[in-house]
Design a protein around this ligand. Structure first.
Ligand SMILES: Cc1ncc(COP(=O)(O)O)c(C=O)c1O
Length: 459
């Protein structure tokens, strides 16, 4: 599809998308009366054109009006095998026939935990939940109980979901304090000041963060970090190793939030990829095979506050409650088990995804450079974000300062018009089912979008 721009007027890309979405538009009008947002990303912030998905298969989604997109959102990460992969669908059918939730012991949960313990270096015990948010919430409480200390440290711009502790300084829009010693600030109204006071905020990849941990070691139960920060997709392996060393030296638990990186960066996640083993790690996304899931995995020592003694009364008084009606349900466990076993037995999937991402990055970079466009696709392995930046950012604050967010938003509209669903949060995920042909379409959509953005005065 090429936009006709034979006249002198710049295109109105939002209007063009609006015009081809009549059925979606009608649903959007209804949605605005009853929902807060038609997507996961917050309030109605794309007022003009919102595509509602009707169907999805493999690497494609179709909206209600029949427009086809190569999906590079992949539900923000879980769909490592693409939409409705036979491995997942067969497992869902199989599990549905046997009942979807019991709250009684069942083998698929054990088998899923066994797969995780085999794959994840730090995992000796696993506890299941229903989302990444729940997983990090449990992990922080386990750490406090394990160490008998109250504070936790996290990183400015580090995302760990939406519970109270997680929503302290997770958004980089308005960082407070010097980069060497950022302040803890609530990201939302409604976060108790008492919680904010229990969070020590650090900066990624600075020596001062290590000093700050040492200084507060007697109060700190844990440091939680995304091994690849979703706001800043760079390889910080030296810093991760330093963090491992300092937390060990200070008797503080190190928690890797592997909700995205788990089973994506490599089969064994960031721990295998970087060769660094934390005390605990949190999971979600990929391990559910497309169904809601969360999990905490950790060493025997770190998970001690959960491990039952066999004495029911004592356990009830002393052990943490990570229970949940749907936690470890047989449907999710059966699907997750099937998907993880498939990944374990087909490691070439990781090479395939990396190959596609590398080709897209290289070809788009070459094109952008040849046309003097400051676009960089920044990321690792099968995961990247297009940023309009004149140079490689040195820190997340630097990225926030130099990146043109408005252009990113506009790029989404052009990409979608050209049949590639670039998500609102701009994070791109490749899957096992994306093909070289899909990569051609993605590259082509980037090229057309960038040229048209320039013609229309956006670049
Ligand atoms: C690193 C990280 N932690 C936690 C979460 C929260 O997971 P969920 O959306 O399943 O609650 C996310 C979600 O994107 C994430 O990227």
């Amino acid at each position: 599809m090429t936009v006709d721009n034979s006249g002198t007027q710049p295109r109105d890309i939002e209007q063009l998308n609006f015009d081809r979405l009549p059925k979606s538009r009608a649903i959007l009008d209804r949605a605005k009366k009853v929902l807060l947002s038609p997507t996961v990303t917050g309030p109605f912030r794309a007022p003009k054109a919102v595509a509602f998905v009707k169907d999805a298969k493999g690497s494609k989604v179709w909206d209600e009006d029949g427009n086809e997109y190569v999906d590079i959102t992949m539900a923000y990460g879980p769909l490592i095998l693409g939409h409705s992969h036979p491995v997942a669908v067969d497992a869902i059918r199989d599990a549905c026939d046997k009942g979807t939730v019991y709250c009684i012991a069942h083998a698929p949960e054990v088998e899923m935990a066994e797969l995780m313990v085999d794959a994840i270096p730090c995992a000796e015990r696993v506890a299941f939940a229903n989302s990444g948010t729940e997983a990090t919430m449990h992990a922080l409480r386990i750490a406090r109980a394990c160490k008998g200390k109250e504070k936790i440290a996290k990183f400015e711009g580090g995302y760990h979901g939406v519970h109270d502790y997680a929503l302290v300084s997770s958004i980089l829009a308005d960082p407070t304090g010097p980069i060497e010693d950022p302040l803890s600030v609530p990201d939302n109204p409604g976060i108790p000041q008492g919680t904010v006071d229990q969070v020590l905020t650090l900066s990624f990849d600075t020596k001062e963060s290590l000093d700050k941990i040492r200084k507060h070691k007697d109060e700190l139960a844990a440091v939680i970090i995304e091994p690849v920060p979703s706001s800043y997709l760079v390889d910080m392996r030296e810093f991760l190793q330093e963090l491992r060393d300092v937390t060990r030296e200070c008797d503080i638990l190190l928690i890797f939030d592997e909700v995205i990186t788990g089973f994506r960066l490599a089969y064994g996640g960031a721990q295998e990829y970087f060769g660094i083993t934390p005390d605990m790690a949190t999971y979600g996304k990929v391990i559910g095979g497309g169904l809601p899931v969360g999990a905490v995995a950790g060493t025997q020592e770190a998970m001690k506050p959960l491990i039952t003694t066999g004495d029911a009364i004592q356990d009830f008084q002393e052990k943490l409650l990570t229970i949940g009606t749907f936690s470890g349900n047989p449907l999710t466990m059966t699907v997750g088990r099937a998907v993880l076993a498939h990944l374990r037995d087909n490691r070439q999937i990781y090479d395939h995804m990396r190959g596609l991402a590398d080709r897209i990055k290289a070809e788009v970079h070459n094109f952008a450079e040849a046309n003097q466009i400051d676009l960089r696709l920044i990321g690792l392995e099968s995961w990247f974000i297009p940023h309009f930046v004149p140079s490689d950012p040195k820190t997340p604050r630097d990225l926030r300062d130099i990146a043109d967010m408005m252009r990113q938003e506009i790029l989404c509209q052009y990409m979608r018009y050209h049949g590639v669903y670039l998500p609102d949060l701009h994070t791109v995920f490749m899957s096992a089912v994306h093909s070289e042909e899909d990569a051609d379409k993605i590259i082509d959509a980037f090229k057309k979008s960038l040229l048209e953005m320039r013609e229309d005065g956006h670049l």
